[in-house]
Design a protein around this ligand. Structure first.
Ligand code: ZN
Length: 247
């Protein structure tokens, strides 16, 4: 086995990489950038985390022209906000997991962790703008403007708060199932792998609902909704009243 493929045990790792004692083995040694990149091609205890969030990056790069019905939406700004929100979590996470064992020390490790959190923040704030816009679409223009501005200010304030608390949350996560089967799920099916799959499904469902929101707004949104409601109300009236309403 080459030097780059030598895998270590939990006790061999530096303190900042010893955050989950139930993952016993499969750790990459501290490496330079080339060593980290080479680790893409052999199995270790971060392989599943790297692949589960690396695959969506490839998928988005290959299929982004088809991800949004560009000819049918009327806001390119909101469409790009959605694409940014759907893409950034994978980029931050992929870089963090691939380079977390860089030999440049704890400070760089925490910068990478912040990058991972930043990707999630972009998804939750900028990526949610289509949903916020659709939710307020039928309100008067000034009211919409105030709500969207308020949301943006709160998101920026939450950036600092979220980064701090999410880092704590990740480090102090439940660590299930590895807590129940120490060493048995080092490479696959540990809590972080499961969390990655859940994030994938969450962002996929956000993508589906954002596309419906963008299409709904492009098709007239609440104007059509109020027309539908009027037609429904008229058809509910007795024939004479309906005739009067039509007149
Ligand atoms: Zn992760």
């Amino acid at each position: 086995m080459g030097r780059g493929r030598r895998l270590l045990r939990f006790r061999d790792m530096p303190a900042h990489l010893r955050f989950n004692p139930h993952i016993r083995a499969g750790y990459r040694p501290l490496q330079g950038v080339r060593g980290c990149l080479a680790s893409l091609f052999y199995l270790h205890n971060e392989t599943i985390n790297i692949l589960t969030h690396g695959a969506p990056i490839l998928y988005i790069i290959v299929s982004w022209p088809d991800l949004i019905p560009w000819n049918e939406v009327d806001s390119y700004f909101l469409s790009w906000c959605h694409l940014l929100g759907a893409g950034c979590p994978w980029i931050g996470s992929f870089i963090y997991h691939l380079f977390m064992n860089l030999e440049h020390g704890e400070k760089i490790y925490y910068r990478l962790l912040q990058l991972d959190m930043l990707g999630i923040w972009i998804s939750q704030s900028i990526g949610a703008l289509p949903a916020i816009s659709a939710s307020t679409y039928c309100l008067p223009r000034l009211c919409r403007y105030v709500i969207v501005c308020f949301y943006c200010v709160l998101s920026i304030w939450g950036l600092y708060k979220d980064l701090v608390s999410a880092i704590g949350g990740i480090i102090g996560a439940l660590q299930i199932p590895e807590k129940w089967f120490p060493g048995a799920v080092d490479m696959c099916l540990n809590s972080h792998n499961i969390m990655h799959i859940l994030v994938l499904t969450a962002v996929y469902s956000m993508h589906k609902s954002s596309i419906s929101d963008l299409m709904w707004m492009a098709k007239g949104g609440c104007q059509r909704h109020s027309m539908d409601t009027d037609i429904q109300t008229s058809s509910d009236l007795p024939a004479t009243d309906a005739g009067a309403a039509a007149g």
